[in-house]
Design a binder for this molecule. Structure first.
Ligand code: NAG
Ligand code: NAG
Length: 171
């Protein structure tokens, strides 16, 4: 009965416009998610308004309007994929050249911590999510392509940073 109630609560959460994942069900707690966003926000080096001309929208895979058949129970899987890809993106030479390395390292170790927790949950629940994996990979491919096109400029990184911050707030 309790399970049914939680499920209904999760569905109700998802019927509000900014669909946020019912954190009681799976994945990292909302509070930790907020912490990660804070680390990403802190990295900002230039005002985003200076980069309006460079702005582009990557499709964060978790937005409701994408209408993808994502199940709430797949939240853990999704979060794991996203965090792993964020680490792959930021733990590079190009990223080190653009960001304050102290703040960058703080973000990376924070991500590692959550990733480990998520990995344990996924193993315990025997989770896999090939469909989500494709969506998440596409999202990050377009980010990598964009950065390359823009020659990893500070503005390009800022645009990406903001997009990731928003994407994190949706999960
Ligand atoms: C990087 O950020 C840290 C923490 O905010 C700060 O103390 C340090 O001076 C910054 N380094 C550079 C090179 O801006
Ligand atoms: C985990 O899932 C796979 C594929 O769905 C299945 O073959 C395997 O038996 C499962 N393992 C456990 C421990 O449930």
């Amino acid at each position: 009965m309790a399970q049914i109630y939680l499920l209904v609560a999760g569905v109700m959460l998802c019927s509000i416009p900014a669909c946020s994942l019912g954190q009681t069900l799976s994945g990292i707690p909302q509070q930790e998610n907020g912490e990660i966003s804070t680390y990403v926000r802190r990295m900002r080096r230039i005002p985003s308004q200076l980069c309006l001309k460079e702005r582009t929208y990557f499709k964060c895979p978790w937005k409701r309007e994408n209408n993808s058949p994502i199940q709430i129970t797949q939240g853990t899987c999704y979060q794991h994929l996203i965090l792993q890809q964020i680490i792959n993106l930021f733990n590079t030479e190009d990223s080190r050249a653009a960001w304050n390395n102290t703040l960058l390292d703080q973000l990376l170790s924070r991500l590692d911590l959550s990733l480990e927790q998520l990995w344990k949950q996924m193993e315990a629940d025997n989770l896999s999510c090939p469909y989500l994996e494709t969506l998440v990979r596409k999202y990050f491919q377009s980010i990598h392509r964009y950065l390359k096109e823009k020659k990893y400029s500070l503005c390009a990184w800022e645009v990406v940073r903001v997009d990731i911050e928003v994407c994190l707030s949706l999960m």
